[in-house]
Design a protein around this ligand. Structure first.
Ligand code: GLN
Length: 247
């Protein structure tokens, strides 16, 4: 059997990891290694280029307004941004959380400082609010129930063409007003779910890996099933606990 290899582009990993989102990278590394798939992780940071076909999936974590100001400029003033859009349009999967999610929309207007232009990949826009939306977040989605933790002041609104990742069961989600959470476009997902998200939502982790393999090898490659009993226990316990509590 051929050695399957995937290269993950970690967008601004050292700047956008304030909320422990690098745990998502660890989950993808482990779930690949347990199947004999080689996952290579490379950071794409300020001034770095993205070449077409260089990466098979992307991750973009959360961070503070100050980092978003710097990154917003880098993302939108270089060829990198357009290449990232082209890669997503050809089906390369991506997961963006919170601050990363906000920067993939049209703009993020922070509480202080100038409006930050976003990549415009996702048909959403974000305005900071006076309240911070913090707490456990449970949504229903095409991946079943997903559970995470949110911590944001930004309220994200979907434009007409936008498809939400899911519907809020517990928590605030995109804005605490319209019961939507996140946005999905092609195989790119933006959401507010820290946690880290993937360790206790294994279905979503495997969806990202499957899509990456499918696009890279131009064939559907079935992932060997794993014993997810511990992951599912964590997932189900969190859902049970948090679904009962309303923010
Ligand atoms: N700075 C943004 C906000 O407060 C994003 C925060 C985050 O990434 N958790 O909404």
């Amino acid at each position: 059997m051929k050695q399957l290899t995937l290269t993950l582009g970690h967008l601004y990993g050292s700047l956008m990891n304030v909320y422990g989102d690098n745990g998502n990278i660890l989950a993808l590394e482990k779930r690949s290694a347990w199947r004999g798939i080689k996952l290579i992780v490379k950071e794409v940071s300020i001034g770095d280029k993205i070449k077409p076909n260089q990466f098979d999936l992307f991750f973009f974590g959360g961070g503070q307004d100050q980092s978003q100001q710097i990154i917003g400029k880098d993302l939108t003033s270089s060829l990198k941004g357009q290449t990232l859009i082209d890669e997503i349009k050809r089906g390369v999967p991506l997961l963006a959380v919170c601050g990363g999610y906000q920067l993939l929309g049209e703009y993020y207007r922070p509480q202080n400082g100038p409006k930050i232009g976003g990549l415009g990949l996702l048909p959403v826009f974000t305005n900071a609010s006076l309240e911070r939306m913090i707490g456990n977040l449970v949504i229903s989605s095409q991946f079943g129930d997903l559970v995470g933790f949110e911590n944001h002041s930004g309220k994200t609104y979907l434009k007409k063409s936008a498809i939400p990742l899911g519907t809020v069961q517990t928590g605030f989600g995109n804005n605490g007003e319209d019961q939507t959470e996140g946005c999905i476009y092609e195989n790119a997902i933006g959401c507010y779910m820290h946690g880290s998200l993937l360790p206790k939502n294994p279905k979503l982790a495997d969806w990202l890996l499957s899509k990456a393999l499918e696009v890279k090898y131009a064939e559907s490659i079935a992932l060997e099933p794993l014993d997810d009993s511990i992951e599912n226990q964590a997932h189900d316990a969190a859902i049970q606990k948090f679904k009962l509590t309303k923010n």
